[in-house]
Ligand binder design. Sequence first.
Ligand code: C2E
Ligand code: CA
Ligand code: CA
Ligand code: CA
Length: 278
Amino acid sequence: VKDQGKNNFAIYAPLTSDPSYEKLALENDLRKALQKGEFIVHYQPKINIVEGTLSGFEALVRWKNSTRGLVSPGTFIPVAEETGLIVPIGAFVMKEAARQMVAWRQAGLPEVPIAVNLSTRQFLQSNLVQSVESILKETGLPPHLLELEITESMTIDLERSIEILAKLKKLGVKISIDDFGTGYSSLHYLQQLPIDRLKIDQSFVQNITVNENHAILVATIINMAKNLQLSVTAEGVETEKQATYLQKQKCEEVQGYFFSRPLSAEEIEGKYRELIED
Ligand code: C2E
Ligand code: CA
Ligand code: CA
Ligand code: CA
């Protein structure tokens, strides 16, 4: 037995200014947040730019904590991903979004799909397919109205990705590639993945009116999607100029602050009041 401790001492910096302490505290609060019901889902409308109609929603998680305030997903998703907490949080978001869509559908909102983001951990988790299946069953959401958004970086292991996606497709849900253009997928990859939609990353969309290369890139992605018989969405549309360009390029679906920010369920109900009965 080693003699420990006797002459060992360390001087610690005040705990609260220690970044690793900050992270631990965040992890701790995050663990409790699920039980405390601190997560809420906001919904960003997606618009069919040809018809000018609502074509879907994207579910975006929010964390409302009494001391931290409203924490953005950019802050807590990476920590949730690292700790594995993203799996139960992700399941909560999917279930809540599915439940909400069924309720809105019954209240008279047009039958449009709801898109839910998957994290890497969720995507690679062995019971993802069962989890999606049981959420569809529990909520009664028709499978074709659920879109799962994944990113190119999750599909590095092509064979495994094809296997997972094929199982999800068999359930009847749709698959989108989010942040498209920021990863490294080649055409070879794209052709092999059983996907339904490309979402052009907002960094390209926001620059189409100031950077000709980005305008060309966006037009190229739209045409490529069409040739591969994939749907295409441009996200992060903030100005009328951008919207007009996307319309000219025949990008069918758009999403962004120009049309609507992500809104709470109550705000969505206010916005589409004429379509929803109380
Ligand atoms: P994302 O999936 O690419 O979602 C789009 C983000 O862009 C959202 O930020 C949205 O609010 C924002 N956005 C939408 N339109 C515009 C626009 O016109 N201009 C600008 N500047 N931004 C716009 P948010 O809600 O903060 O989410 C950030 C990221 O966090 C998401 O990026 C996604 O990767 C992740 N995330 C959000 N909710 C979930 C979730 O439930 N599960 C997982 N795994 N990740 C999530
Ligand atoms: Ca997304
Ligand atoms: Ca995105
Ligand atoms: Ca993203």
